[in-house]
Write a protein that binds this ligand. Structure first.
Ligand code: OAD
Length: 383
């Protein structure tokens, strides 16, 4: 597998049908004390109030309550005339960003960011990959990514790998939004579970990206971890052959992290990154797979967490939400575009996307391992 292996078996990938986690927020009694002053001052800044408080407040002012979405946590803000109007999750986070209160964003992403590129996610009933594996004749869907099952029978994964190898799909607006966060100097790190390589392809540089579940970019023996040329492994797999390790004769596989395998060493950078984050954006993931899913619980409790997803997941399934938790439910591309519009970035992202996708971008980023034209090393301040 990955040459840089994490030693701890604690951080092997595991699939939990229902993940029950004790989070810092749920065990910290201070979280439930509404009057506790925060160390960041964000609560004051955002005029945070519960939806019921907003309804009561608006009723006192003779106004009706409106949220931008029924499942969006809304907050009150003062208009120039002094009256209070409800603000949705995107407006709140957008305002924070525009105020310069956010400088270290950590993005946590999953397969939902790539459905706009035509790649199915894993767990959406009907369309998700795991609902469409009947032809592989495997005992249960996740067996296709299970290292013990692979050791016994690598053929189902290799058949699927022909479809999964990067090359058929292009990054979409969501990927370019994240790249724009980088260009604005706001992206501390992106942690992705995806193995489609679209983050790199859109120009997010290596040092800003943690591919927590590996990638197809390198390959190694699944038994002794001896590296194997990735292109040769791909050719063998595409031709229906099993690439064989020259050292121990084990089956070689791309360095995608299977269930039962260790995560790449880079993943452990989270211990430094998450405490530094001043905004966490969670996008397009069911947060079902550990240890990745629990990362979202490692930011400080005062740090805003924005979930952009079709449905509530992980800690966002619980009520009440943590005070600094926001979610915008619906199609991710729509939500991200709305946020970009609030920030005034929409046309800039479109231009970036158009120029990058048509290869018109004149700047070539030497750090871009995809070899594509990119100006990803450029950052500019939004302030
Ligand atoms: P899942 O398929 O489990 O979750 C994707 C989430 O994105 C779901 O909550 C969807 O509702 C949501 N979603 C999909 N398309 C969306 C859209 N257009 N707009 C908004 N939301 C959308 O995928 P992951 O959480 O990434 O392992 O799965 C985690 C891991 O499980 C993967 O890394 C994978 C799998 O086993 C490997 O790749 C080897």
């Amino acid at each position: 597998m990955n040459m840089s292996k994490a030693k701890s078996s604690r951080d092997r990938r595991i699939a939990l049908p229902v993940v029950t986690r004790v989070t810092r927020s749920s065990i910290n009694p201070q979280d439930s004390r509404r009057s506790k002053p925060t160390d960041s001052g964000l609560v004051d800044d955002l005029s945070l109030m519960s939806v019921s408080e907003q309804q009561a407040s608006l009723a006192r002012k003779g106004k009706s309550y409106q949220s931008s979405s029924p499942s969006t946590k809304a907050v009150l803000s003062s208009s120039p005339s002094g009256s209070s109007v409800p603000r949705g999750a995107l407006e709140t986070i957008g305002r924070l960003m525009k105020l310069g209160r956010v400088r270290n964003i950590v993005v946590v992403a999953g397969a939902g960011i790539s459905t706009g590129s035509g790649i199915p996610d894993f767990r959406t009933p009907g369309t998700g990959l795991y609902a469409n594996l009947a032809k592989y004749d495997i005992p249960y869907p996740e067996a296709i990514f299970n290292i013990d099952y692979f050791s016994d029978n690598p053929h189902p994964f290799f058949s699927l790998a022909k479809e999964l190898y990067p090359g058929h799909h292009r990054p979409n607006y969501v990927h370019y939004f994240i790249r724009m966060l980088h260009q604005k100097g706001l992206l501390l790190r992106m942690y992705t579970q995806n193995i489609d390589g679209l983050e790199k392809l859109c120009g997010i540089p290596d040092d800003k990206l943690v591919e927590a579940h590996g990638s197809f970019a390198t390959a190694a023996c699944h038994l002794c971890y001896t590296p194997y040329p990735a292109e040769e492994a791909k050719q063998a797999i595409m031709n229906g052959n099993v690439p064989i390790c020259t050292f121990c004769a084990g089956a070689v596989k791309p360095n995608v992290v299977f269930f039962g395998e260790d995560l790449p060493e880079k993943y452990f950078q989270h211990a430094q990154d998450f405490p530094k984050a001043d905004l966490l954006m969670i996008m397009g993931t069911s947060l079902k797979i550990e240890p990745f899913a629990s990362l979202v619980n490692t930011v400080k409790s005062t740090v805003p967490r924005l979930l952009l997803n079709r449905d509530p997941v992980g800690p966002f399934e619980r009520r009440p939400l943590r005070r600094a938790d926001y979610m915008e439910l619906g199609d991710l591309s729509d939500s991200v575009q709305k946020l970009a519009e609030i920030l005034g970035w929409h046309s800039e992202i479109q231009d970036l996307m158009n120029s990058h996708e048509t290869g018109l971008c004149s700047y070539t980023d030497p750090s871009n391992s995809s070899g594509e034209n990119s100006d990803s090393s450029e950052t500019d301040s939004m302030h």
